[in-house]
Design a protein. Structure first.
Length: 283
């Protein structure tokens, strides 16, 4: 396992791989890895590809300083998980934010066609500006041919696709299915911070999304939203938002017929832990 903590060591390693004719397949992460990340690394592992994983807790995408402070940093365990669960043998784990935000860094102020203004963007001001900038910078550092992102962060994936298009980057963006715990809860680094009871209760998020999906042909969108909110009434979970959006524009729809591609996205508090999830209603 090669753990590069600086850019020159990573550049040297990847230049050699490119010269040998390999493609670079890249999975950016913030560490605290779990099965979801391992599934991204597995999907990245393809013939003639060298898989690179970055582990960097990006301070600029946290709008809440307490959330940044509490974010788990588990490098040793992450490396062990990568080694045991995937073919990835090159990890970029910068030892300071200056390694990522060096003198080549230029802040991007891309217009994102409103994708960044809704849902997570509305509730976490500045979050996507941080994500766009770090991902663009990581792309400049790793120079990948293909990158892999989880569909749990549905909005992030849409924004990264748009960013890549707007900046004319010759990089394929692959969206990978959500990995779930046996009770349906979407895998997330934050799940580790849930009590056993809350982890069990949080299964309701996926259940309620699935119910919404199975009811959409029978009921109006408004009724489906009301059912969803009611399903949380006797639970300790608190819904921050449920947005039913057009899967391309991410703008809310108010009737099913307004789109051919509907996605339901939600953020729910389990105590102080904020969880997100989504489901495709139809496409
Ligand atoms: O999805 C994440 O873990 C992060 O937002 C990412 C893409 C690694 C950027 O810091």
């Amino acid at each position: 396992m090669y753990v590069c903590t600086s850019r020159p060591s990573l550049d040297k390693m990847l230049d050699e791989k490119r010269k040998q004719g390999h493609k670079i397949h890249f999975v950016p992460t913030m560490g605290a890895l779990h099965d979801g990340h391992i599934s991204l690394l597995k999907q990245a592992s393809q013939k003639n590809a060298v898989v690179v994983c970055s582990i960097f807790v990006n301070p600029t995408q946290f709008n809440d300083k307490a959330d940044l402070d509490k974010y788990p940093r588990t490098l040793e365990a992450d490396l062990a998980l990568i080694e045991a669960g995937s073919d990835c043998r090159i990890v970029f784990a910068p030892d300071s934010p200056n390694e990522v935000y060096d003198q080549t860094y230029q802040e991007q102020t891309l217009g994102l066609e409103g994708l960044d203004k809704v849902m997570e963007g509305a509730f976490r001001p500045g979050h996507f500006k941080g994500v766009v900038n770090v991902v663009n910078q990581l792309f400049a550092i790793v120079k990948p041919d293909v990158t892999f992102f989880g569909e749990k962060d549905f909005q992030q994936l849409a924004i990264i696709r748009l960013m890549t298009k707007k900046l004319n980057l010759d990089i394929d963006i692959v969206g990978c299915p959500i990995i779930r715990e046996p009770n349906g809860l979407a895998r997330s680094s934050r799940n580790e911070r849930l009590s056993v009871k809350m982890r069990a209760e949080a299964a309701l998020i996926h259940q309620s999304l699935q119910e919404l999906k199975s009811n959409y042909l029978k009921y109006s969108l408004e009724t489906c939203k009301t059912h969803f909110m009611r399903s949380f009434e006797n639970s300790p979970l608190e819904v921050e938002y449920l947005s039913i959006v057009d899967g391309h524009t991410l703008q809310e729809i108010s009737e099913w017929h307004e789109t051919a591609y509907a996605q339901a996205c939600t953020a729910v508090f389990a105590g102080e832990i904020r969880l997100i999830d989504n489901v495709q209603i139809f496409a």
